[in-house]
Ligand binder design. Structure first.
Ligand SMILES: Nc1nc2c(ncn2[C@@H]2O[C@H](COP(=O)(O)OP(=O)(O)OP(=O)(O)O)[C@@H](O)[C@H]2O)c(=O)[nH]1
Ligand SMILES: [Mg+2]
Length: 222
C-alpha cells in the first residue's frame, strides 16, 4: 500500500495531464485528479489511466486542493500540478526529508542552492521574491519560495489547518496557518520545468493582488 497520494488540480489540461500521468505511472502513489465536471476534454484525455477522478464542488485552485486533502487517506499527500512543471523524481527526496526530520510540511523551492526554474518570467520571479520576503518578515516563515506550492506534507496536519481559500491565496494560507499552529515546516531544493503545453491559469496581477490582500488580512487577524 502506498503512503503517498498525489493531489493533482487540473483545469483545461488535456494536453499536459496525460503526459504527467504517464510519467508517474511507475511511482508507488495514489493519484487523485481534481477537476470540473464540465471539463470533458481533460476527462476524456485521461480515461485510460489508473487514477481517481474527482469533480470539485466549487470553482478555483484552492477549492480543488482542499477537497483533495479532505478525501486523502494516506499518511502523506503531495500537491502535484497537471502541467508537467513538477519533476516526479523529486518526490523521493521530499519523502526522505519529511521522514528524516519528522516535520509537517516540506516545501519545494526554486530559489535556493541546486534549484531553479525554466518556467519563471521576470514578473513571477519578482512577485515570488516579494511575497516570500513578506512571508519571512511578517509571518516568520522559514521557507524560500512561498508561491510555488510543490508541497509534500502529513495529511493529518493539513486537515487540522481548517483551510478555506478557494483561489490562489491557498498558496499562502497553507504555510501561514501551519506556522501559526507551531507546525514544523522546511524547504527543499526543486527544479521547475516548463509547462508542457496549454495556457497558464494564474494571472500575475489579479491573483497577486488577491494573495496580497489575504496576507494583509491574516497579518491583522493574528
Ligand atoms: N481543478 C482546478 N485546477 C486548477 C484551477 N486553476 C488552476 N488549476 C491547476 O492548478 C495548477 C497550477 O496552475 P498553473 O496554470 O500551472 O499555474 P502556474 O504554475 O502559476 O502557471 P504556469 O507558469 O503556466 O505553469 C495546474 O495544474 C492547473 O491546471 C481550478 O480552478 N481548478
Ligand atoms: Mg504551472
Amino acid at each position: 500500500m502506498s503512503e503517498l497520494t498525489l493531489i493533482i488540480p487540473a483545469k483545461n489540461e488535456s494536453e499536459c495531464l496525460p503526459r504527467v500521468l504517464n510519467e508517474i505511472k511507475d511511482q508507488d502513489v495514489e493519484v487523485k485528479v481534481l477537476l470540473h465536471e464540465n471539463d470533458s476534454l481533460t476527462i476524456n484525455s485521461i480515461k485510460n489511466f489508473t487514477c481517481e477522478i474527482i469533480y470539485q464542488n466549487n470553482q478555483g485552485y484552492g477549492d480543488a486542493l482542499i477537497q483533495g486533502i479532505n478525501l486523502t487517506t494516506t499518511k502523506y499527500f503531495c500537491i502535484f500540478n497537471a502541467d508537467g512543471s513538477f519533476d516526479p523524481t523529486e518526490l523521493k527526496k521530499m519523502l526522505s526529508k519529511i521522514n528524516e526530520i519528522n516535520c509537517d510540511f516540506v516545501f519545494g523551492s526554486r530559489y535556493q542552492k541546486n534549484s531553479g526554474s525554466d518556467d519563471d518570467t521576470i514578473i513571477t520571479l519578482i512577485g515570488n521574491f516579494i511575497f516570500t520576503k513578506i512571508g519571512n518578515i511578517f509571518f516568520n516563515l522559514p521557507i524560500t519560495d512561498i508561491l510555488y506550492t510543490f508541497v509534500l506534507g502529513k495529511t493529518e496536519s493539513a486537515k487540522r489547518l481548517n483551510l478555506t481559500r478557494k483561489d490562489f491565496s491557498f498558496c499562502v494560507e497553507l504555510p501561514i496557518k501551519a506556522i501559526r499552529k507551531n507546525m514544523l515546516i522546511t524547504s527543499i531544493n526543486s527544479y521547475e520545468r516548463k509547462r508542457l503545453a496549454g495556457k497558464k491559469k494564474v494571472n500575475a496581477f489579479k491573483d497577486g493582488f488577491l494573495i496580497l490582500k489575504y496576507m494583509i488580512y491574516l497579518y491583522f487577524k493574528k
